[in-house]
Design a protein around this ligand. Structure first.
Ligand code: IPM
Ligand code: SF4
Length: 481
């Protein structure tokens, strides 16, 4: 919320202002939506609603679809296309999306299309998501797209229908939070560690009611992939939207993408996008500061992303917690996770490892994991290591660089683009009681399969754990930059 006596605007204020259609007396407002991404899980009822009301999408070309949650990651199963999907519910979901897109004339990157991938990976990589846009999707991790200097957040299924019908959304303006990370990250410390450390500090409710802008020199010097990892998890810190100001790194990333403006339109876009940063002296309702040098590789030990500690720490003791509710939460998490207070994080043995998800399945993530895996073999005690690229285009690039071979030689499995074991909606699941080092964003009970135990880490930490069979400080592995 802009301070009454302060005309200086935050990035969020600007994006909001640019899309404000109407402020209403009840404190809500109507905002215009530029880009609407859809996937198979949250769109079927919305299409059904449109049909029942006899309505069509208002601006069909603003909608882009792709199946990601229910598509198999197994290459043989995947080769059979939609009809080849073994699980009936998944097959119906993917087929329904396909049919709805055909019926309503919506662009879809279908199951085996070269443009397919996790919706939050393909948006930025194709230029379907651009700076300055309002971006919505029936998916909470839509916050990812804010890394481009966009206002992006998840919406519910009824809102999916509303946006398709009207191109607008009823919203209440959020408050402004700045999370500033200054300094230089140490070797082996990545964007994932930064965002886990932020959530460890502010808690999963810390960002509730806020739009978070991530700034400071550590964020400014991060690649777009890193910024996306950070914004992806804004929602795990309670904020529906996370964002990063537009700078040269943003422009270099967007330029030349298939859906990005070209020629004279590019020049005009750049002129407009160069405003997309918070003004000096703009008012933030809350400011959180972290020092990059103090951030270490992180590992989550519990059942919420805020239950996270540095890799060389120990599992916390509920007896040290004075707040009764928090204490009970720690006790319950320890029981579910099968861990004991004071146990060293590096003593946690892993049954499976998952490298993927919209948090960490981009090319840079795969490069980081491959760098650690190169020349090593997974530990015998680790049953499975899945590497699931975030999109067909990431997969093709990784194969061009020979990363697939590095993984296969290390005994990892190289899979097809999908959400996969991030939430176990396809066949990739943990067994009850199994511990998994996962590069995803949620470690809730049962998230990766009934009774499964998820530990959130960075791609290089996941690869190191796969090789050692237990968590290790990736900085102790040779060759880590
Ligand atoms: C299925 C979808 C609605 C869900 C989300 O909103 O985030 C999923 O992507 C997740 O990560 O839990
Ligand atoms: S990869 Fe995971 S977090 Fe991302 S959209 Fe898919 S299920 Fe959700």
């Amino acid at each position: 919320m802009g301070h009454p006596e302060n005309k200086k605007q935050t990035l969020y204020d600007k994006l909001w202002q640019d899309h404000l259609v109407k402020s209403r007396d009840d404190g809500t407002a109507l905002i215009y939506i530029d880009r609407h991404l859809i996937h198979e899980v949250t769109s079927p009822q919305a299409f059904e609603g449109l049909r029942l009301a006899g309505r069509k999408p208002w601006r069909t070309d603003s909608v882009v679809a792709t199946p990601d949650h229910n598509v198999p990651s197994d290459a043989a199963e995947r080769a059979g296309g939609i009809e080849g999907i073994q699980d009936e519910v998944s097959r119906i979901q993917v087929k329904t999306l396909d049919e709805n897109c055909k019926d309503f004339g919506i662009v879809e990157f279908g199951i085996n299309d070269p443009g397919q991938g996790i919706v939050h990976v393909i948006g930025p990589e194709t230029g379907v998501t651009l700076p300055g846009m309002t971006v919505v999707c029936g998916d909470s991790h839509t916050s990812t797209h804010g890394a481009l200097g966009a206002l992006a957040h998840g919406i519910g299924t009824s809102e999916v229908e509303h946006v398709m019908a009207t191109q607008c959304l009823i919203q209440k303006k959020m408050k402004n939070m700045l999370v500033r990370v200054d300094g230089e990250l140490g070797p082996g410390v990545t964007a994932k560690d930064v965002v886990l450390a932020i959530i460890g500090k502010i808690g999963t409710a810390g960002g509730t009611g806020y739009a978070i802008e991530f700034g400071g020199s550590a964020i400014r010097s991060m690649s777009m992939e890193g910024r996306m990892t950070i914004c992806n998890m804004a929602i795990e810190g309670g904020a529906r939207a996370g964002m990063v100001a537009v700078d040269q790194i943003t422009l270099d990333y967007v330029k030349g993408k298939p859906y990005a403006p070209k020629g004279e339109q590019w020049d005009r876009a750049v002129e407009n996008w160069s405003r997309l940063h918070s003004d000096d002296g703009a008012h933030f309702d809350a400011i959180v500061e972290l020092k990059a040098e103090e951030i270490e590789p992180q590992v989550s030990w519990g059942t919420s992303p805020e239950m996270v500690v540095p890799v060389n720490a120990v599992v916390p003791n509920p007896a040290d917690e004075s707040d009764a509710t928090k204490k009970a939460g720690i006790e319950r998490a320890l029981e579910y996770m099968g861990l004991s207070a004071g146990q060293k994080i590096t003593d946690i043995n892993l049954d499976r490892v998952f490298i993927g998800s919209c948090t960490n399945s981009r090319i840079e993530d795969l490069r980081a994991a491959a760098e650690v895996a190169k020349g090593h073999k997974k530990a015998d005690s680790v049953k499975q290591v899945l590497v699931v690229p975030g999109s067909q285009s990431v997969k093709a690039q990784a194969e061009k660089e020979g990363l697939d071979k590095v993984f296969i030689e290390a005994g990892f499995e190289w899979r097809e683009p999908s959400c996969s074991m991030c939430l176990a909606m396809n066949a990739d699941k943990l067994g009850a009681g199994e511990h998994c080092a996962s590069t995803s964003n949620r470690n809730f009970e049962g998230r990766q399969g009934y009774g499964g135990r998820t530990h959130l880490v960075s791609p290089s930490m996941a690869a190191a754990a796969a090789i050692a069979g237990h968590f290790v400080d990736v900085r102790e592995f040779g060759g880590v930059k």
